[in-house]
Design a protein around this ligand. Structure first.
Ligand SMILES: *Cc1c(COP(=O)(O)O)cnc(C)c1O
Length: 303
């Protein structure tokens, strides 16, 4: 299936004033639960799992993981059993309060909760062997769903119409989505990635998947780390929604667009520059984030 995802023009005073053309590729419209990029990342992996005759998918993630939600949904749809190895053993008797895990459970995912130290061993052969002993044979999807088949799927985000842009921007978690964009970019394009977490490992991870060096990580907009937010970010996301009607998620796309606007303010882009930013989705995470914000007495995200 070829998806035809529209690029939506973003009209805001700052952009007009600086002569910057900003468009948002609405990959968030692919599916209400599955983040657009997670759908792309699963596509070839699901085909491969079937080809290998596997009837179970096993993967890893944290309590807010869009990948966990997407894997559960896709497995359910394709008739595959799903097992989620979830970081945080304290969740074992309270995952019902977490909207992401609730959604995954509704789609049949079975959870295996592990401590943070155990979670760090997730790539060790003995850890995986142990899981096989317990759950039988499975098709393994890495954390965040990133592998070479996922990168291949994400290269399909860009189409011929996107060749006229000077910059392609994406939020970065594990880097698989950005790697696909880099491989699909044109020789006169630059790909900017905005990591949603503090992570020096990303340059190396992404480098392993790509065939050119027309890319850069913009590391100033993680807001303290994965799923960390502050009132400035919340205010920006709410303002953006009020002005454009487009919802952004607080973990990935909100941070990326905050970063793009900040770079525009700093005149990093020359007047006349055309930017395509990818709205990767992640909107299922807003509900869970608002529960956290409420507890901390911070302003909530408008929904
Ligand atoms: C997972 C995710 C990303 C990051 O994708 P990676 O390929 O892991 O870098 C970006 N945006 C959203 C909404 C996501 O769910």
């Amino acid at each position: 299936m070829r998806l035809n995802i529209p690029n939506q023009h973003i009209d805001m005073p700052l952009l007009r004033q600086k002569g910057i053309g900003l468009y948002l590729k609405r990959e968030d419209t692919i599916h209400p639960f599955i983040s657009g990029n997670k759908y792309r990342k699963l596509k070839y992996n699901l085909l491969e799992a079937k080809k290998q005759g596997k009837n179970t998918l096993l993967t890893f993630g944290g309590a807010f993981s869009n990948h966990i939600a997407a894997a559960a949904f896709a497995g359910h749809k394709e008739g595959l059993k799903t097992i989620g190895v979830i970081r945080g053993e304290e969740l074992v008797d309270k995952w019902q309060n977490n909207p992401t895990l609730q959604l995954a459970h509704e789609h049949g995912m079975q959870f295996h909760f592990v401590s943070r130290s155990e979670y760090r061993l997730k790539n060790e052969p003995s850890f995986l062997q142990n899981l096989k002993g317990r759950y039988g044979d499975f098709y393994l999807l890495p954390e965040g769903g990133t592998n070479s088949l996922a990168v291949k799927g994400c290269a399909e985000i860009l189409t011929e119409d996107d060749m006229l842009f000077d910059y392609i921007c994406s939020a970065v978690g594990t880097g698989g989505t950005m790697a696909g964009l880099i491989n699909a970019s044109q020789p006169d394009q630059t790909v900017f990635g905005f990591p949603a977490l503090k992570g020096d490992f990303l340059t190396q991870e992404i480098g392993a998947f790509v065939n050119n060096d027309r890319w850069r990580l913009v590391t100033d907009y993680h807001f303290g780390g994965y799923a960390k937010v502050d009132e400035h970010l919340i205010a920006f996301i709410n303002l953006f929604k009020a002005k454009t009607g487009i919802p952004l998620d607080p973990i990935y796309t909100g941070k990326m667009l905050f970063g793009i606007f900040d770079l525009v303010k700093q005149d990093v882009f020359e007047p006349g520059t055309q930017i395509l930013a990818i709205h990767t989705g992640g909107l299922q995470g807003i509900k869970g984030m608002n529960l956290v914000l409420k507890k901390k007495n911070l302003p909530l995200l408008d929904v």
